[in-house]
Every structure is written in structure tokens, then in C-alpha cells.
Design a protein around this ligand. Structure first.
Ligand code: ZN
Length: 413
């Protein structure tokens, strides 16, 4: 059976519990899935060898095998084609990944994310496979997917400016018919604008909380979207909903900004953007939260027991550090989360960076009303202990850079 990955800190000893059986059967399913990939590739290879008559046969062989697999497994040909593609990639291009899967060190989903991500690159170095595989063995699928995206973006960074320019040229808006009198309005936009639009819709929608208004946030966002585009103004909305401008966090390493060289600028949750675009955003008056990886001094890291509500810059800092809900595997962005005092305020917890973490509403409720226990660890990490006694360590997306005149020691936050 697989050994626990570093995301799982501790598994209690003793007689297997029902949860242990869940884990073991999931591991067996993964091992069988690895074998299924291998067999599908073998089947395909046999068919290629048997038909080794002319070049053009290979496409037909592939189709024939695809139908064979789809019929035998009672799945769609599309799904069968996916299995064949992922299988071939694992067996021939990433054999170490197949190996890890066949030992249940990673799941089928991890393997699929890895293949899809790395296949976007023209050249995949061996060290890159090792780096991604190591993450796959440690992370839940949600954070792993984001990490792979970031690594792939980093690898493609060199050409981001040209690729972005080409992509921007393909921007468009279109309407597709839906059913039941509905339709899809899709806009393909530069990521910064798309997020700014979504951010503004969300911010305005959240102000619409008149008594008796039972619309969901999604419905309100859609209504505001229509109002703004059709009438071009927010006059029909309450005063509180006017003049809202979204915040899109752009992380620009200070060094890159100064020299034009170094790690690329990133839009939170989106990926790298061209440096001149980032410069433009950082020069803009307001509405853009600038997070320089070299922090501006004077940020309040703690107000102790002085006040329950964290000051704005502390909130921003804690949200920036975590980027997302700090529950295991959760992907809800920090700006849609509650800021939770890890040790309750009522139990003497301080309003400080080392006692605050964003939790989405669901996980916030879970923390307070179930037997899950949460402890703050160094570097902004949270240690979650499940009711079954399993311990998981959730790391924030980033660390707060720590500057001090004190003698070196472990960072306090
Ligand atoms: Zn959550």
C-alpha cells in the first residue's frame, strides 16, 4: 500500500478503521487504473504491429482500437480516446509517473492533470517531470492543478508577450443559443479585464441585499451584468452599489518592475501577463491592489487583542498569503472567504497574521461546528486534524517576507 504523502502528516496506528478501508480501496482502484492504461497501450501497439502495412493505416488503427475500447468498457469513444492518449503519454513519455500511479503514490486524476499540463509544452525537461511528480505525490488535486498551471506558465514565460499579443487579437463576444428561452453570451477577453468585470459584478451583486430579495449571488450577478450592458448605468441599483470598482491583485516582483528582467508579473488566479501591461496597471491610480514581493514596510502584522476586526492591510496581507480558503484541498479564492481567527477571539486568540486565515463559508462552519480541529503552524500553515485522527498540513500559497533585526530564527508568521 502507498505510504502517506507529506500532505498527510499523520495516520493513527491500530486496527484499520472504515476510513482506512476507504483509502485502501481507493489505492487499489488507482493501481488497477494504471494497469488499465498499460493494457490499453499494449492493445493499441499490438494492433499497430498487426497492421504494419502502410503509413496511412495508423489513423485507422487508432480509430478501430478506440471503438473497441469504448464498446468493451461501455464508455463514449471520446472517453476511450482520452484513456488511450493519457495511457500512451504515461507509458512512453512519463514512465516514472506511470510507475508512481501503479504504486498508488498519485491518483489517476493527478496523472491526468500532469499529462495535460506538461503536454502543453514543446519541450519537457527531465527535471521538470521530477518537479511536477514530486508535487503530485504531496498535494491534493485542486492545489496540484494550480501548481501545474503555474509551472507550465513559468516554462512558457519567455514568450508570454508575443503569445499574449496574438491571443488578444482573437478577442470576441458571441451569443450561442441555449434551451428554454436562454442563450449564452460569451466574451473572450484579456484575463485582467475578464477578472475585473467578474469582480465588479460580484461586488455590486453583494450590495443587493434588500429584505425579501431571494436571488442567489449568481442570479444577482447575471442581472447586474444585463443592467449594466443594456442600460449602461447602475441607476436602478441602490446607492451602495454605485461607483464600485473591482480590485484585481497583480503581483509584480519589484526587481522585474525595475529591470524588466526576472520572474513574470502574475494576475492572481490567472497567470503571467506581459510586463508592460503590469507596469501600466501598477501605475494606475487606484482599484489595483499592488502586491510587491518585496513588501512595503509599515504593514500591520498584528493588532493583538486591541481589536477583533483586522485592519484593512492585515486582511489584505493574510488573504494574499493564503490566496485561497485554507481548508485541505479547497480552491475558493480568499476574497470570497471569511477571515477566521484560528484560535477564537473568545478564547484569547489575537488579531494577528499568525492567527488569521481565510476560510470559505462552508469550511468556516465546519471548523466551528464539527470535530475537525485546526492549529496554526509556522509560515501561515494550518494543521487540520480530522475526526478520524488523520492530520493534514495546508500551506499558504506564499510566505510573508520577513525582515528583522533580531537574530535569525524561525519566521514568526
Ligand atoms: Zn473552503
Amino acid at each position: 500500500m502507498s505510504s502517506p504523502s507529506p500532505f498527510v502528516e499523520e495516520v493513527p496506528e491500530g486496527i484499520p478503521t472504515t476510513l482506512d478501508w476507504v483509502v485502501m480501496s481507493a489505492d487499489m482502484a488507482t493501481i488497477h487504473a494504471a494497469q488499465r492504461y498499460r493494457c490499453i497501450v499494449d492493445l493499441w501497439d499490438d494492433a499497430i504491429r498487426a497492421a504494419n502495412r502502410d503509413e496511412g493505416a495508423s489513423v485507422l488503427v487508432e480509430r478501430s482500437v478506440r471503438l473497441e475500447v469504448a464498446s468493451a468498457l461501455r464508455i463514449t469513444e471520446h472517453a476511450a480516446g482520452r484513456l488511450m492518449g493519457i495511457g500512451r503519454a504515461l507509458v512512453y513519455r512519463y514512465p516514472r509517473v506511470w510507475e508512481a500511479m501503479s504504486r498508488a503514490r498519485i491518483t489517476d486524476t493527478h496523472a491526468t492533470i500532469l499529462v495535460d499540463g506538461l503536454d502543453e509544452l514543446e519541450i519537457v525537461r527531465d527535471e521538470l517531470v521530477s518537479e511536477v511528480l514530486e508535487r503530485a505525490e504531496q498535494m491534493p488535486t485542486g492545489p496540484f492543478r494550480r501548481t501545474v498551471k503555474r509551472i507550465v506558465d513559468r516554462e512558457r514565460e519567455a514568450t508570454i508577450t508575443e503569445r499574449h499579443a496574438t491571443a488578444v487579437a482573437h478577442r470576441h463576444v458571441r451569443v450561442d443559443a441555449g434551451v428554454d428561452g436562454m442563450a449564452w453570451l460569451t466574451a473572450h477577453l484579456p484575463a485582467v479585464e475578464a477578472h475585473a468585470i467578474h469582480g465588479r459584478l460580484t461586488a455590486i451583486a453583494k450590495t443587493l441585499d434588500a429584505p425579501g430579495d431571494e436571488r442567489s449571488l449568481d442570479q444577482k450577478r447575471a442581472d447586474v451584468f444585463g443592467d449594466l450592458l443594456i442600460d449602461g448605468e447602475t441607476g436602478s441599483l441602490p446607492d451602495t452599489a454605485r461607483g464600485i470598482r473591482p480590485t484585481v491583485a497583480v503581483t509584480v516582483p519589484a526587481f522585474t518592475l525595475l529591470t524588466g528582467d526576472g520572474p513574470a508579473a502574475q494576475v492572481e488566479g490567472v497567470g503571467p501577463i506581459p510586463l508592460d501591461r503590469a507596469r501600466e496597471l501598477c501605475g494606475a491610480a487606484s482599484g489595483w491592489m499592488r502586491v510587491l514581493t518585496h513588501p512595503e514596510t509599515g504593514v500591520v502584522l498584528s493588532v493583538g487583542r486591541e481589536q477583533y476586526r483586522p485592519p484593512a492591510d492585515l486582511r489584505r496581507l493574510v488573504a494574499w498569503r493564503a490566496a485561497r480558503c485554507m481548508a485541505p484541498g479547497c480552491g475558493i479564492p480568499a476574497d470570497r472567504c471569511d477571515l477566521d481567527h484560528t484560535i477564537d477571539w473568545h478564547h484569547g486568540g489575537e488579531t494577528a497574521a499568525n492567527n488569521l486565515a481565510p476560510l470559505c463559508r462552508g469550511h468556516h462552519t465546519l471548523k466551528h461546528h464539527t470535530d475537525w480541529r485546526v492549529k496554526a503552524k509556522s509560515g501561515g500553515a494550518l494543521e487540520w486534524t480530522s475526526p478520524a485522527g488523520r492530520v493534514y498540513l495546508v500551506h499558504p500559497e506564499r510566505r510573508i517576507p520577513h525582515f528583522t533585526t533580531d537574530p535569525p530564527g524561525p519566521p514568526p508568521f
